[in-house]
Design a protein around this ligand. Structure first.
Ligand code: HEM
Length: 223
């Protein structure tokens, strides 16, 4: 799904749309390679790290998407088990469901959450997307940071307690419901990449005069 605008048409775009197009064309997965990457960090870059090579970027992107969307699936699984334990009248079923939740909690939640966060960080900092250059990345970063903290410090201990008791209270149904909604939202903004560059990125681009001629390729988004 790539939106491309002919070079002549881009001249007539409003300033903001043209600036966004330049940013998206820099960020395209298809054209990206080290030899085309500007030497100096782009305006709006908070931390400058060595750009990822094309093959490394692609491999990491596959791993990032697989694990991050896997995290969404894991949370839906937890929600199904929590609803089962919460609604059943059979204590043996509730115990079995809470034990299964503990297996997810002990083995998967923390490593999956941390891998999603760190692979996302490396992709953001090692590619022209940047961490604070585009609103969709910045929003994902904060939402993920909050949900990772809640998973480690609240959800996991909650699951341990439920497994010890063999029952689930309403909190343990609400937590994976909210988390599922958050990960669905994060997945949607990852694919759609809405809202364009951050205000800070706009300001820095304008003051650096970088909008002109930094990238004259056909504007192209990754999604
Ligand atoms: C629940 C957490 C997350 C989910 C479900 C998720 C999902 C995704 C998906 C589906 C894509 C592929 C989009 C596409 O190419 O069309 C993607 C790419 C990306 N994600 Fe995440 N992500 C998560 C966390 C993060 C975090 C925390 C960051 C940054 C701090 C991040 C930064 C990025 C970047 C920069 C890309 C584009 C990489 C590239 O084109 O090379 N993600 N993510």
């Amino acid at each position: 799904m790539s939106a491309s605008v002919p070079a002549e048409a881009a001249i007539h775009l409003p300033v903001r749309a043209a600036e966004e197009s330049v940013l998206y064309s820099e960020a395209s997965t298809r054209d990206y390679s080290r030899c085309r990457t500007p030497d100096r960090p782009a305006p709006g870059t908070v931390f400058h790290v060595k750009p990822l090579k094309r093959s490394a970027r692609r491999s990491l992107l596959v791993a990032h998407v697989a694990v991050s969307v896997g995290w969404l699936g894991l949370t839906v699984g937890l929600l199904a088990l929590a609803i089962t334990a919460f609604s059943t009248a059979d204590p043996a079923t509730a115990r079995a469901a809470t034990r299964a939740m503990k297996v997810f909690g002990d083995w998967l939640i923390v490593p999956v959450a941390l891998f999603s966060l760190f692979s996302g960080l490396v992709l953001a900092l090692g590619t022209p997307w940047g961490l604070a250059r585009h609103r969709w990345v910045w929003t994902k970063f904060w939402l993920t940071l909050i949900t990772v903290a809640l998973s480690v410090f609240s959800l996991r201990p909650g699951i341990d307690e439920a497994a010890t008791r063999g029952t689930v209270d309403a909190d343990l149904v609400v937590a994976p419901s909210v988390a599922t909604a958050a990960y669905l939202f994060i997945t949607a903004i990852s694919v759609l990449k809405p809202w364009g560059p951050t205000r800070r990125s706009h300001r820095l681009r304008r003051s650096a005069g970088a909008g002109k001629g930094l990238d004259e390729r056909t504007p192209r988004r990754t999604a």
